[in-house]
Design a protein around this ligand. Structure first.
Ligand code: NAD
Length: 475
């Protein structure tokens, strides 16, 4: 496992001796280690990404489509190995890890096909005899930083989109969960991606971003993670005039109007909240429920939360696994204690489970005051706030109160309510009466402090393209 760096087509442990610990979050025990890249390794990756860009950008879209399609096939063949690695290092139940592996292959397929649709356009010219057009070109070598919550699913959005567009990439994958990232990159390697086009590194995150972003080789930055780190990387990218895609955190509102089927919506709401133990940037956090149905919704939601089977994600029957690392347990417990101190009602949960691994009980808080930190900071864990509202104005005002806007959910039988909610919620994505976010063919991204740019959909490829304008007379 120490040969975890993939630079210029070769696996190695890099030039240094620093290693990161890989821990199984279900036990808290170290299971392996991952090699960290040093500056010399990053310089080799930069040289490889620059050199190989000259050739990769000239491959035809059809060749890239063929290679990527082969990589998607390899991911499907190895889905069980990838899923097992995800669960072992990140903690989510195996069923969810299998879905992540499947979605990873889907994303590669989507971008393989999008590569063939990187159209330019012909523009009617005002100059007699001139032909004017745009040509889509790859923006250049990319530095990408992906997080541990979907260690394969987030990384693939960056690698597949960059490669499809004709860019080369240096990806820093999460140190906590390297094995599935390594498996994924092997699929690209074995599918025939030339040496240097994909490079995978791990290390001290700030050292790596501090080295790669200022490099003149890198033309594009893609980061998924917290708002705080996104701000730092955006500042550095701005200083060096690099294009960015930033997928940062959210604090998703989940608005439930008084006209819904409460049993169905509370079951959907609880199912979504506790998936991946709440460690999802679009995980609903603020359940804003019409006064008329609030108590019924809360009772049903809390009963589902209480009944969830929490345990090792590798064990049959587990519905919610541990948190991914110990600092998440401390963060969640701090938010819950703070809310209770400020007057919130703890309906269920609010405690760690067991004395090994990073387990925290599915937690439901009600009547939470706005001053509580959990109303203002993304919990990124298994905590739901179920508050009441009186009238849609109040719900919208609370939904839009925070500076972030990534995912939002709304449930109503009224088309007038739905239209208003869709129009007035300030978020990059809104899902009405179901959960419909994050498929490969749909754009995924936020507004306000949740970042900018999209991953997924045709917008996802666009992030890696520059449009050259050509105006030509004669020849
Ligand atoms: P963190 O802020 O320390 O790190 C978040 C991610 O950014 C990690 O993957 C980390 O490796 C990376 N990172 C940190 N500093 C970096 C730097 N200087 N350069 C490049 N990458 C850097 O937080 P954490 O404890 O790992 O995660 C908790 C918070 O992160 C959550 O509260 C959540 O808001 C956010 N998060 C968001 C997503 C998402 O999908 N948007 C995913 C994971 C984590």
């Amino acid at each position: 496992m120490t040969a975890s760096l993939f630079i210029d087509g070769a696996w190695s442990a890099g030039s240094g001796t620093r290693r990161g610990k890989i821990v199984n979050p279900a036990t808290g025990q170290q299971i392996s280690e991952v090699a960290f890249a040093e500056a010399a390794d990053l310089d080799r990756a930069l040289a490889a990404a620059e050199r190989s860009f000259a050739g990769w950008r000239r491959t035809t879209a059809y060749e890239r489509y063929q290679i990527l399609t082969r990589a998607a096939g390899l991911v499907r063949e190895r889905a069980e190995t990838i899923a097992t690695a995800i669960t072992r290092e990140q903690g989510k139940p195996l069923a969810e890890a299998r879905m992540e592996a499947g979605a990873t292959a889907d994303f590669i397929d989507w971008y393989a096909q999008e590569a063939r649709r990187a159209y330019g356009r012909v523009i009617p010219s005002r100059i007699s005899g001139a032909r004017q057009m745009t040509i889509a070109e790859p923006v250049g070598p990319v530095a990408a930083f992906s997080p541990w919550n979907f260690p394969c699913g987030q990384l693939v959005r960056k690698i597949a989109a960059a490669l499809a567009a004709g860019c080369t990439i240096i990806a820093k994958a999460p140190e906590e969960t390297p094995s599935c990232a390594i498996e994924l990159v092997k699929c690209f390697e074995e599918a025939g991606v030339p040496a240097g086009v994909v490079n995978l590194v791990f290390g001290v995150p700030a050292e790596i971003s501090g080295h790669l972003i200022p490099s003149p080789v890198i033309r594009k930055i893609s980061f998924t993670g917290s708002v705080a780190v996104g701000r730092q990387l955006a500042a550095l990218a701005g200083q060096h005039l690099k294009r960015t895609t930033l997928e940062l955190g959210g604090h998703a509102p989940f608005i439930v109007c008084g006209d819904v089927d409460v049993a169905a919506v509370s079951a959907l709401g609880a199912g979504t909240k506790f998936r991946n133990a709440g460690q999802i940037c679009t995980s609903p956090t603020r359940y804003l429920v019409d006064d008329a149905v609030h108590d019924d919704f809360l009772a049903r939601f809390a009963a589902i939360a209480e009944g969830l089977s929490v345990g090792d994600g590798a064990a049959a029957g587990t519905q919610m696994g541990p948190l991914a690392h110990s600092r998440r347990v401390d963060a969640i417990d701090g938010l819950v204690q703070d809310a209770v101190e400020k007057g919130a009602r703890l309906v269920t949960g609010g405690r760690r489970i067991g004395n090994q691994g990073y387990f925290y009980a599915p937690t439901v808080l009600a009547d939470v005051p706005l001053a509580a930190r959990v109303m203002n900071e993304e919990p990124f864990g298994p905590v739901a706030v179920v508050n009441r509202f009186d009238g849609l104005d109040a719900a919208l005002s609370e939904a839009n109160r925070l500076p972030v806007g990534l995912g939002a959910y709304a449930f109503t039988r009224s088309s007038a309510n739905a239209a208003r909610l869709v129009d007035e919620i300030e978020s990059g994505m809104v899902s009405v009466n179901h959960f419909g976010l994050a498929a490969s063919e749909t754009p995924f991204g936020g507004v306000k402090d949740s970042g900018h740019g999209s991953e997924g959909g045709s917008e996802g490829l666009e992030a890696y393209l520059a449009h050259k304008f050509v105006s030509q007379i004669g020849a």
